[in-house]
Structure formats: C-alpha cells, structure tokens
Design a protein around this ligand. Structure first.
Ligand code: AMP
Ligand code: ZN
Length: 473
C-alpha cells in the first residue's frame, strides 16, 4: 500500500519512497534525561510509534533510532542541586522514560544511543567541518559558520536574517557572526568534559543527533522526526552540520513534526497547575492505554488538547473493547490464532499521513460489527482483534476504570447477558435447576427472550428489553 506523509521540508504530502526499500531508516529526537517525561513528551513517542508500526507492515526491515541526550546543562544543574552524580541521574531517568513509554504501549526503537557514547564520532564530525571551512575554533569553542551553508533555514522556510530578528541568538566574543551556533564548548573542572583537539570540553546539543544518526543510519536516511518546537534551531542545525560534514544534499528525505500538546486549552506550565508527567497520570490510576487512546484521537499535525472529558471518553471506549476482546476470545477459541489480519481500512487511514483519528473511528465500527458475529461473521471480529493489537491496545487491562452503569452501552450489555447465560448453562449442566431458574427469571424480567434447547441456551432481545434491569445482576 502506498504511504503518504507530510514533509515539513517541502510543505506537502508526498508519496513515501525509501532510499533502500530493504531497510527503511528513521531517526527521532529523544528526551534530555534529567526528570520524568511530561505528558507532552509522550506525543512524539506515540506518533512515531504508530509510524514505526505502519512501516513494519509494508517493509521487510525498519531501523528506528531514538537517542537519549545525557549531556546537557539542565542535567548538570540537576546534579549540582541534588548532590547526585550525573551518571546516576541519567541512568535513572532514562529507565523511567522507558518504563513510562512502555506503559503507554510504545515499542522500543531498534537503537537508543546515549550521546555520551558517541563523543568520538562528534569530535570527528566537528574536525571534518573545520577542515571544510564550515566551522572554526575560538577560545575553546567550536562554532558552525551558518553563512557558509546557503540552504540554512530552508526546512522552516525562513531566511537567515528573519531568524536573527526572531530568535534569541547569543552574541559572544568568540563568534564571528551572532547566528553561528556551538558545536563544542569548554568545560570547567566541575562540569563533565572530554579531551578534544580544542581542549577539555563537551558537545553542543545539535551535533549529537548528527553524529548518532550518521553512525547508526548513514549519511542519508528516510525519515527524521520530532516535535515542531525542534524545527528551528535544532533541526536546521542538524541539517547544516550533516550535509556539510557528509557532503550530501540532504540529511533525511522526509521531515515530520508533531504539533504541541496543551492541557485544558492552555500550554502546560508548572505555574498554571496544568503540568503533569506521564507517571502522575499512571499513579492516579489512568491506564496507559487511555493516555495512548487520547493522544491518537487527534491528528499529529493539529494541536492536541488533553482534557478530562477526553480521558473519560477514552476510558469508556477501551473498557468496552476490553470486554468485547475477552468475550470473543472466550467464545471463539479459533480467534486466538495469530492469523487475524489487521483491517485494511485501519492501515489505509494510517498510510494517509498517519490519520489516527480515522483509524480509531474504523476500530469503533469494527467493534460494533464484532459484537454480532452471527450477523457479520468472524471476519469483523478477527479484524477487530488484530487491529486493536496493532494499534497498541492488545493487552488491555483497564479494570480500574470507573464505568457509568446507567449509560452502559450495547457492548457491555451483550457481555453481561452472555456472562449470565453462561452461568445459566453451567447450572443446567450441573443439574442445579434452582439457580438456572433464578437466572432465567431475571433475564426474562429484563425483557430478554431465553430459549433452552439440547444444544444449549440461546437469547434474543425482546421488545420490552430494559438494560437498566440488568444492573446488579
Ligand atoms: P525535550 O526533552 O524537551 O527535548 O523533548 C523531547 C521531545 O518532546 C521533543 O520531540 C519535543 O519536541 C517533544 N515535546 C516537548 N514538549 C512537547 C509538547 N508540549 N507537546 C508535544 N511534544 C512536545
Ligand atoms: Zn535531534
């Protein structure tokens, strides 16, 4: 199936054509590890998780790289204020990140390089840039000469002069031009540092991604992703460094950026009190799948608003899906096989620039059909189960959800009735006719028509069916 993706670099939706169809290569900028991931950080993780899953359905091999930035002044500050070592902080917070992203159903990328393991590659790249005249060393710093790269600003569609006017570019005595950005900077005795041709120091942030992407994916690769706050300067700088160091016309063919997440219509901020981490939500009892579902219900190129209402709606949907999933697997053991095929309309929706809201709408329709295998056959049920799993909801375990019994929907009703009918059959088999009759009377009182035959117990909704009468049964 053709995949179309919106490419920030060309500002259009394009047919995806990998450089090497035998190995699709994708790089996504990962977290700076000094604290728990906030809810916004989960958005790119989920967006690119879906893309990874989609690509794997179409290509024999996909190599997905997402880094950990484990050298950064925020980390140094955290170490200084807590008295802990940098290594302890980054090891602990990297694991937190993996645990929290695992809880929201994200697959682990194939490579998760830590920046500090690639310092030699960064130094080598910087040396190449200096040799080529694209960078210069001064006072222990190395800077990239932005004016030497004439495509600078093309990704975000801005001219260098506009960028200078709009950005907080730092003027410094060691810079030839205020736009020039840092590739390497000196470290004092208290700050982590590595020996280099320019003295003891540490890399700038942007060079990390260029060096790790080159080491793991090569000079050119297919997709580069991240939040749209990274487009400038981070991604512009990555492109400038990589193209000048590697002598290439591009770093990645397709650049993808997710829009930002807000909470209740406002930018997340600690002072507004609407800032929370993924772990905060998990600890409040919000299942990871609910976070995933809410995130996927908005297209990645639209701002996403996290609201209580959406959380509740997602809970409602997922608890129904869970009931249905368990019921189907119980009643139709043949559906346990691995041959269930992901519904083609779900894939089609994702292949159209990751239209996750449409994929979820389709999942909902499949669920409705899967509820009535007698009418729709097991095809819908099979497609529902495979699609649920494919979208990352395969291991639903959302009992902690509060379900509003009064507005219990058709799916829940079916599962409750099925459960009661099963109990009725078991009582009959055990010749416990007292219990069988009690259950039967209750079902009939709720307006259900119960037929008991030699084969078992069958049921239908009667004209006076009243779901509320099932409550408490
Ligand atoms: P950081 O650790 O701040 O570099 O961010 C890691 C990733 O999360 C980057 O891809 C950011 O673009 C993304 N990100 C940060 N804040 C938000 C937000 N509020 N909404 C969506 N993505 C975000
Ligand atoms: Zn990056």
């Amino acid at each position: 199936m053709d995949i179309h993706l919106y490419n920030t670099a060309t500002r259009s939706k394009e047919l995806f054509a990998p450089l090497d169809p035998e190995n699709v290569r994708m790089y996504v900028c990962g977290p700076t590890v000094y604290d728990r991931a906030h809810l916004g950080n989960a958005r790119p993780v989920l967006v690119f998780d879906i893309l990874y899953r989609l690509l794997k359905t179409q290509y024999p091999r996909v190599t997905y790289v997402r880094n950990f930035t484990d050298v950064d002044d925020k980390i140094n500050a955290r170490a200084a204020e807590s008295g802990r070592s940098i290594g302890d902080i980054t090891a602990e917070t990297s694991q937190w990140f993996l645990d929290d992203m695992g809880a929201i159903g994200a697959l682990e990328p194939d490579h998760m390089p830590r920046a500090t393991a690639y310092i030699a590659e960064m130094v080598e790249m910087i040396e190449g840039l200096i040799e080529g005249g694209f960078a210069y060393a001064k006072e222990g710093h190395v800077l990239f000469r932005v004016r030497e790269y004439d495509r600078y600003g093309k990704l975000s569609g801005r001219s260098v002069d506009d960028m200078i006017a709009g950005a907080r570019v730092e003027v410094a005595p060691y810079k030839e031009d205020p736009m020039d950005f840092v590739l390497w900077k000196p470290s004092d005795a208290q700050t982590p540092g590595w020996d280099s041709p320019w003295g003891r120091g540490r890399p700038g942030w942007h060079i990390e991604c260029s060096a790790m992407a080159k080491a793991l994916l090569g000079d050119k690769f297919d997709i580069h992703g991240g939040g749209n706050d990274l487009m400038f300067p981070h991604h512009e700088n990555e492109i400038a460094q990589s193209c000048c160091a590697n002598g290439t016309d591009r770093m990645a063919s397709v650049w993808m950026h997710n829009e930002m997440l807000q909470v209740e219509g406002k930018k997340m901020s600690k002072s507004l009190g609407n800032f929370f981490t993924v772990r905060d939500l998990l600890e409040q009892g919000v299942p990871g799948e609910v976070i995933r579902f809410v995130m996927l219900s908005t297209h990645y190129r639209k701002p996403m608003d996290w609201t209580e209402k959406k959380r509740e709606e997602a809970m409602g949907h997922l608890s129904k899906y869970q009931t249905l999933q368990r019921q189907l697997l119980n009643e139709y053991p043949e559906l346990k096989s691995k041959d269930n095929v992901v519904d083609s309309e779900v894939i089609e929706a994702l292949a159209s620039d990751l239209n996750t809201p449409l994929a979820l709408t389709r999942l909902h329709k499949l669920a409705a059909e899967a509820m009535s295998p007698k009418q729709f056959g097991l095809q819908a049920a099979s497609g529902f189960l495979a699609s649920l799993e494919f979208l990352g909801f395969g291991k639903l375990n959302v009992q902690s959800m509060r379900t509003d019994r009064a507005i219990r929907s058709a799916i829940d009703t079916v599962s409750i009735v099925n459960g009661l009918v099963e109990k009725l059959s078991e009582a009959r088999k055990a010749k416990d006719f007292g219990t069988a009759d009690t259950i039967r009377d209750e079902l009939v009182a709720a307006g259900l028509i119960i037929r008991t035959t030699k084969e078992g117990v069958d049921w239908q909704q009667g004209p006076n069916f009243d779901a509320t009468k099932l409550e408490g049964l």
